[in-house]
Design a protein around this ligand. Sequence first.
Ligand code: MRU
Length: 342
Amino acid sequence: MIQNPYFRWENGVLHTINQRELPSKESWLKLKKLDDYFNAIRELKVRGAPAIGVVALFAVASAVYEENDSAIIRKKSLEVVEKLKTARPTAVNIFNGLEALKTKIDAFNKENGEEMKEMIEREAVSLFEYEVMTCDKMAENGAPLIKDGMNVLTQCNTGMLATPGIGTALGVMFKAFENNIKFHVYVPETRPLLQGGRLTVYELEKMNIPYTLITDNMRGHLFYNRKIDIAFVGADRIALNGDTANKIGTFESAFLAHHHKIPFYVVAPTTTFDRKINSGKDIEIELRKNEEVTSIGGVSVSIAKSVYNPAFDVTPAEYITSIITEKGIVKSEVECIKQLFV
Ligand code: MRU
């Protein structure tokens, strides 16, 4: 059985690998203070929608770990919740997780600090465990779609670095590989921060899954030449109608897949759905620093003064074949999505 080695919670500290340094350096972060957590999330040292949703709850657990007074625990928790909501705007998991925890804290009517602190830690650990389970179930549901000889396209990094479990889109591939299916993955490098080239390749290498790295602008050429049989991507926020925000470039892959009649699957747990919004038009897209575009790996490659750097795009539901969740595979349509939550 595949186990995620990248997250460990111990005595109020979250240990996680620094994803900005991969693959050249395997250095570990020890997250304890609110600023450590905030910067790690904002700087993508820890990233991926399900992962940051869970890490945000550990940030609250860390902040109150040494406190005993219920009023201080309440105050500190709410400070962390409010601050972390400003770390990254697009992935909904962080908001869903923090809002649910805030509701629990507000409803906690005992003034016993120890119990309140235990409740907060328990919430973080149980969301972690829930996401391990969602990954396993999504993998079970999606793996049969990959057949011997297929060429699979993905985007960004959606594996054990991006979730507490085995991953979303990449988890489906890990499971198919474990089931002895022989397939090959095309990995777009995913500019500007190269989550594909740095992180997905790192994970596929470790698993010994055959892959080929491509630059992002090679996808059309591959589709045209019938080199892609199926696509799996993750998600950062899915609206009620199935419109899906994911790493920038996902929409282009979906559009190409649709044009070439290739199945295109989004793999995401129900914690990545935002039932408060009806369509992708309501999803805030994170805009990031110019330097991420004007440099590669810290080396400046352009003197451009005008730069546009949206971190995500929205794929309209009509370009998505289906969404693979822990509760089953559903059409990207309002009625089917609503059924996931009854
Ligand atoms: O900016 P990132 O690296 O956090 O973006 C991550 C993605 O877009 C992933 O595809 C998404 O979070 C799903 S990960 C399981």
